[in-house]
Design a protein around this ligand. Structure first.
Ligand code: ADP
Ligand code: ZN
Ligand code: ZN
Length: 733
């Protein structure tokens, strides 16, 4: 009986496809190896997941594999196991899950290691040269002579010498005089550890943390490294990684956004003289392939990357670090396969029997819950490492002060004071653009987006009106298109705050950091350099300013408006707001001087703010977890969201309603909530809706989904909508 090869293909279909052994088989391809197979009328690249004895498909209808692409699996056994687990847990087709773990170039069939095309002269070619051939074609003649002289040459060398040489090479190949081979590019092996600098003497808390993590070196252990910004978490990562490298193993480090953390990258480079593979979304396909190959071949000793780097191939993994583990960007919330890289990192560490370190100043409530129930160990760094004082936080009641351009008088006075004392000031506002609304004062027109239930944002410098939800981009109208009267921007965005500050403090140079200024990762570097050098005195920015930068001379942080997150329908909004405030506050006073943080609000008595101010993030988290427990929200229950969008509101609701009807008798403990239209019902011309599935028990939820989803997929109404399932959703409608 010949073997059957079960192949996962990158399709949304929830099944694997069986193939016969390739006709010119040399060795049996193993699971984890890529193959090219016929698929309908196409050829596709897939990954072997299993070698079986028989198939449900009659043998006569099975087709052989066309080509085996890898000699060794591109996904090793432990990655295969992790991906299979992920496909189960997120209820997503295995083919798409495996595909998401491979760079695009590999999905299209590129070789797994860098190869070079080399050309040489055949025996027949030697004889031909001896006989004075070729007589006429000058280029062929020169090429042949060159190759004979060099014995062999790479394609790059030939291009350099002859320019366009392919046609000549083809002619010579056709006569059998020259031939090409593909050889693996040899790269010098990297030293296991090469320390450039030893790093500072660790503080007692840091030493304890390093020791605790290293004690779990040969087994699984999950650690929350909880410490405010500047408490020395990165130093702990570096020391643990140093020991891991010394043991001849490798480290995987996940960060939310690489463009925003050049300082972290710099610290790795300063500390270690070992090849580091960088994997992030700003890479071209070729760069990503190169980084993946460095990881796969084992050349890279450290892999540093964003979300999808959790799937990077790494032999001899020794530790996984997830920095800023609370960050929402670790959750993939677009497309089909919606995974949490943080949660998968923990699972990967478990499979690989290595420690995983989750670092944060503001841990996710889920993570804190895991600490409280004993699953994760907490390591605390309570003080700032470099003798800096924690900042003091104060609220400014927007109702009882004069406000100009979004700035209350006490905030302006504080800025004056800090600037006069040579401090730098950071102003945070989570809204880019000039103003969130354009208003006609005569007829009340509010510049709505035609495709969304949202208003267009004014971008004054660019002279545009833009929708931040669908990307619509229109010229800024000089007058009201409805009545022809004058229009005026209402409210504050970072662009406008920059303008206001310019008039208030004409002698203080201002820098801005938001998605409009930073279009590519390297754009952030210039802004940060201006701040670091002290050339800029004030930094205005969105969420971006809360991440990673260390500006030791910032002594004052002003949060312009804390209120956006206070009254959201999403039960996670308070957590996000508290994290943002604490993170942005952490930017103050990182040098030797104590920092001051002012938070403007219209609700100074709101419990979230009062808890946060009185007891810090810890106090907030305790109160928030209690609330979640009472309402039975995660982490005290498990959630999945079935979401869809359609051209009409009716179609969007119809599918979810039918899906709900299929589950008329859900198992006990499983509840279906909805369907409900999304808070922003229409977005980019489509209507969005959501059906929540909630369960006390994780297992009950997954058993339910296992039975229900295949039926949901069969629904006729599913064809009229785009739908997806989000397990452990972090943003709710
Ligand atoms: P975090 O990652 O928690 O923000 P870092 O590791 O970046 O903290 O440390 C903050 C600052 O303190 C950095 O400038 C770092 O070089 C310094 N630092 C960290 N640990 C020590 C130490 N043990 N002794 C002296 N300086 C330290
Ligand atoms: Zn008008
Ligand atoms: Zn829009």
């Amino acid at each position: 009986m010949s073997h059957i090869f079960r192949v996962a293909l990158d399709t949304p279909v929830r099944r694997l496809f069986d193939y016969l052994a390739p006709l010119q088989a040399t060795a049996q391809p193993a699971p984890g190896v890529r193959v090219r197979v016929p698929f309908g009328r196409q050829r596709r690249v897939g990954v072997i997941t299993e070698v079986a004895q028989d198939s449900e498909v009659p043998p006569a209808r099975l087709k052989p594999i066309l080509q085996v692409l890898d000699a060794t699996p591109v996904l090793d056994a432990s990655l295969q196991e992790l991906l299979r687990w992920a496909a189960d847990y997120y209820h997503h087709p295995l083919g798409e899950v495996l595909a998401s773990a491979l760079p695009r170039a590999l999905r299209l069939g590129a070789p797994e290691s860098a190869r070079e095309e080399r050309w040489l002269v055949t025996a027949a070619g030697m004889a031909a040269v001896a006989a004075g051939e070729p007589r006429r074609a000058a280029k062929q003649r020169a090429l042949l002579a060159f190759l004979r002289e060099q014995r062999e040459a790479g394609a790059a060398a030939l291009a350099e010498r002859f320019g366009n040489w392919r046609a000549a090479a083809r002619a010579l190949t056709a006569r059998g005089w020259i031939a090409s081979v593909e050889v693996e590019l040899e790269r010098p092996p990297a030293p296991a550890t090469a320390l450039r600098t030893p790093g500072p003497t660790l503080l007692p808390e840091q030493s304890e943390a390093v020791a605790a993590i290293l004690a779990a070196r040969e087994r699984f252990g999950a650690f929350l490294l909880h410490g405010i910004t500047g408490s020395g978490k990165t130093e702990v990562y570096l020391r643990v990684i140093e020991q891991v490298l010394r043991a001849g193993r490798r480290a995987l480090v996940l960060v939310p956004e690489i463009g925003l953390t050049p300082q972290l990258l710099e610290r790795f480079h300063e500390r270690f003289e070992v090849p580091l593979a960088l994997l992030h979304s700003g890479l071209t396909d070729q760069e990503r392939l190169g980084a993946w190959r460095d990881a796969f071949s084992g050349r890279a000793r450290i892999v540093l990357g964003t979300r999808s780097a959790v799937f990077a191939p790494l032999a001899d993994l020794g530790v996984i670090v997830v920095d800023e583990e609370h960050d929402a960007s670790f959750k993939q919330h677009e497309g089909g396969f919606r995974y949490s890289a943080r949660d998968l990192a923990v699972m990967r560490a478990r499979h690989a029997a290595v420690p995983v370190v989750l670092g944060s100043a503001t841990p996710a409530l889920e993570t804190l819950h895991n600490v409280l129930n004993g699953r994760y160990a907490r390591l605390t760094l309570a003080r700032r490492a470099a003798q800096a004082q924690p900042p003091t936080l104060k609220l400014i009641d927007l109702r009882s002060h004069a406000v100009r351009g979004g700035l209350a008088t006490p905030a302006v006075l504080a800025m004056e004071r800090h600037l006069a004392q040579a401090g730098q000031v950071l102003v945070f506002l989570n809204r880019r653009g000039y103003a969130p609304t354009l208003l006609c004062t005569a007829c009340g027109w509010l510049a709505p987006c035609r495709e969304c239930d949202a208003r267009l944002t004014v971008h004054l410098a660019a002279g545009r009106l833009r929708c931040h939800h669908c990307g619509a981009d229109l010229p800024l109208p000089p007058r009201c298109p409805q009545c022809g009267f004058a229009v005026k921007p209402v409210g504050q965005g970072t662009e406008r705050v920059e303008e206001t500050l310019g008039t208030l403090f004409p002698s203080a140079p201002i820098a801005r950091l938001d998605r409009d200024v930073v279009r590519r990762p390297q754009d952030a570097t210039g802004v940060m350099r201006r701040m670091a050098s002290g050339e800029a005195r004030i930094l205005v920015g969105t969420q971006m300013v809360t991440k990673g930068h260390d500006f030791p001379n910032v002594t004052l942080v002003v949060v312009l408006n804390a209120d956006q997150g206070l009254f959201s329908t999403d039960f996670r909004a308070p957590e996000r707001l508290a994290q943002t405030i604490v993170q942005v506050a952490g930017r103050a006073g990182r040098g030797s001087r104590a920092g001051e943080v002012l938070i403007q609000t219209e609700f100074p008595d709101h419990p979230l703010l009062t808890h946060l101010l009185a007891e810090g993030y810890e106090g907030f988290a305790r109160a928030a977890l209690e609330e979640r427990a009472q309402a039975a929200w995660p982490p005290f229950s498990r959630l999945a969201a079935l979401r869809d969008s359609a051209r009409t509101a009716e179609a969007a609701l119809a599918f979810l309603t039918e899906a709900r009807t299929l589950a008329r008798h859900p198992p006990s403990g499983v509840r279906l909530l909805g369907p409900v239209p999304a808070a922003m019902h229409r977005r980019a011309g489509r209507y969005h809706a959501q059906l929540l599935i909630e369960s006390r028990e994780r297992r009950a939820l997954h058993e339910f989904l296992d039975g229900w989803l295949p039926e949901v997929e069969q629904l006729k109404s599913s064809r009229a909508v785009r739908w997806s399932l989000d397990v452990d959703p972090i943003e709710l409608y």
